[in-house]
Design a binder for this molecule. Structure first.
Ligand SMILES: [Zn+2]
Length: 185
């Protein structure tokens, strides 16, 4: 039986009925109210503080589509653009583009030297490509999301959960007392 889950944000172990991650403070139920589109807007506007990255895809992002884009266009960073990881996408796109041009225009030894200059960036692109494809396949690829649930609501959830837990404890104590009638006499 699985008793714990992993925080989709920081990968820390948490119990299945935990409301909140002890490590990074993420309230798990907030993930049900998350948007990738809002995260993309925030990234474009330079509001990085609104964005967190998690392995849990929000409803406006399709994991299978990210997988297809990565499989066929991963070297151009297409899946990165799709999920909003623009810098990584731009790096892959530019390096692949220049590498392809160099391969097709390779004529003399001096161009070979230029190619060698691009060998390491190109190797990095290939590493990103296959690494990302692997991560998407095992559901560990992180995507930027913006949490839409207001913090006030988050606090309410924590309070309700705490009350429920306290209630359970009381009940447990009561049952304990019932099974120990001597204490009550
Ligand atoms: Zn966490």
């Amino acid at each position: 039986m699985k008793l714990y889950k992993k925080c989709p944000r920081c990968n820390q172990k948490a119990y299945l009925n935990d409301v909140k991650c002890d490590e990074c403070g993420l309230v798990f139920s907030r993930l049900n109210f998350a948007s990738n589109l809002e995260a993309k807007k925030a990234i474009v506007n330079g509001e990085r503080e609104k964005v967190i990255t998690t392995t849990q895809f929000p409803s406006d992002l399709k994991r299978w589509l990210a997988g297809v884009l990565c499989a066929f266009g991963g070297f151009l960073g297409l899946h990165n653009f799709y999920v909003g990881r623009y810098f990584k996408g731009a790096f892959c796109f530019i390096v692949s583009f220049i590498t392809i041009i160099l391969i097709f225009t390779l004529e003399s030894t001096s161009v070979l030297f230029e190619t060698l200059l691009w060998l390491f960036p190109a190797a990095a692109v290939f590493a990103f490509w296959f690494h990302d494809l692997f991560l998407i396949a095992i559901n560990k690829y992180k995507v930027p999301i913006a949490l839409l649930m207001p913090e006030k609501k988050e606090k309410e959830i924590i309070i309700v959960e705490k009350k429920e837990k306290a209630g359970k404890n009381k009940e447990a104590k009561r049952k304990k007392n019932e099974s120990n009638p001597i204490e009550e006499q």
